[in-house]
Design a protein around this ligand. Structure first.
Ligand code: FES
Ligand SMILES: [Fe+2]
Length: 350
């Protein structure tokens, strides 16, 4: 929806992948926000991320070799350490008075949180970039790991993907199934919202009575749903006194026509752990339903129709665009971001 330059928000952390994707000794090339990035792990298992172009003639470094903490380009064999500093140029005569360490590949700040790998994408690619803020808080303690990870490629830009994620009205029509909810039993919903650091949250409440899926979670259940730019939706369900479910959907823009959707799930509920396979299937089905409607949306958007965001059911989408616009301005002007969302109650029928 937005025009090219403003499509991606910068100076923010983006999910690259689950930690299991990054094996010792392997280089992984990945496109994020239209930028090519090479990922790897050093000998200590610490992840790193560099611009995926050799500064010599631009060949992707991810196509090269990686051994003894050295990345070697596959074209002329230039060597780099995991910080992106050139450590050797094989064709250079030994007596050449040239210091290869003057050549540097841009190094992205990277963080590993609860077995997920995040990379900070700055507006300006300056040496020794230090992130303005810490990586996202995924609610879990440091030693807790997500039990289920599912990733799909959505055929949409980040804006459409976000709107699909925070849009309450599609649930009735896209995700209805006999054991979850039925279009025949629509109810007027009233949800309280409050601003958060870079988004908004649906204040903690009891899940709706017509979602039978919550029925298996007995004993005083409440849920809080947060959305923050660039595209993280966190659902935190508390069950009884001490159990919890953490369900996080994260969107990573790949380029102007593709967005990666990753769903990660954690629970310490014994029953849910026993029902893990059916729950996994349910999660897969949800994502599959979204993917199905996104393929249809993609067809529709080819003729560049005029779009609309109407009323309270679409208000969260409007907030997203406003937050995005103000975030981009705050970064350009080097000013603190001020969230435009005010506490408010929204209504819709689902
Ligand atoms: S292009 Fe990488 S060494 Fe020449
Ligand atoms: Fe959906």
């Amino acid at each position: 929806m937005a025009a090219d330059a403003s499509l991606y928000l910068k100076n923010l952390w983006y999910l690259a992948f689950h930690s299991s994707f990054l094996k010792n000794g392997k280089l992984v090339g990945k496109e994020m926000l239209g930028e090519k990035i090479v990922f790897g792990r050093d000998a200590q298992g610490k992840p790193f991320a560099l611009r995926d172009n050799c500064p010599h003639r631009g060949v992707p470094l991810s196509q090269g070799w990686f051994k003894d903490n050295t990345i070697q380009c596959c074209y002329h064999g230039w060597m780099f350490n995991t910080e992106g500093v050139c450590t050797g140029i094989p064709a250079m005569p030994p007596d050449a008075a040239f210091d290869p360490s003057k050549i540097k590949v841009f190094q992205y700040p990277i963080a590993e949180v609860n077995d997920t790998i995040w990379v900070y994408i700055p507006e300006k690619k300056l040496p020794n970039t230090v992130p303005n803020e810490p990586p996202p808080n995924l609610i879990l303690n440091v030693d807790q790991k997500f039990k289920h990870v599912e990733t799909v490629m959505m055929p949409a830009d980040i804006d459409h993907a976000v709107i699909g994620l925070i849009d309450p009205a599609h649930v009735t029509f896209v995700h209805q199934s006999w054991y979850w909810r039925s279009a025949k039993k629509l109810k007027l919903k009233e949800k309280k919202f409050e601003p958060t650091a870079r988004g908004f949250k649906m204040v903690r409440h009891k899940p709706s009575g017509n979602s039978k899926g919550y029925g298996i979670l007995k004993g005083g259940t409440s849920t809080e749903i947060t959305f923050e730019v660039p595209g993280i939706r966190t659902e935190h369900i508390l069950v009884g006194e001490k159990n919890q479910v953490v369900s996080i959907t994260i969107l990573t823009p790949v380029n102007e026509s593709q967005t990666e959707l990753t769903h990660i799930l954690y629970t310490d509920i014994a029953l849910a752990n026993m029902l893990w396979l059916p729950l996994k299937r349910l999660g897969k089905q949800f994502i599959g339903q979204d993917l199905g409607v996104f393929n249809k949306l993609n067809e529709g958007l080819k003729s560049k129709p005029t779009l609309s965001l109407i009323g309270e059911p679409d208000l969260q989408a409007r907030w997203y665009y406003e937050i995005k616009r103000l975030w981009a301005i705050s970064q350009q002007n080097n000013e603190p971001f001020v969230n435009p969302v005010k506490p408010q109650t929204l209504h819709w029928v689902t």
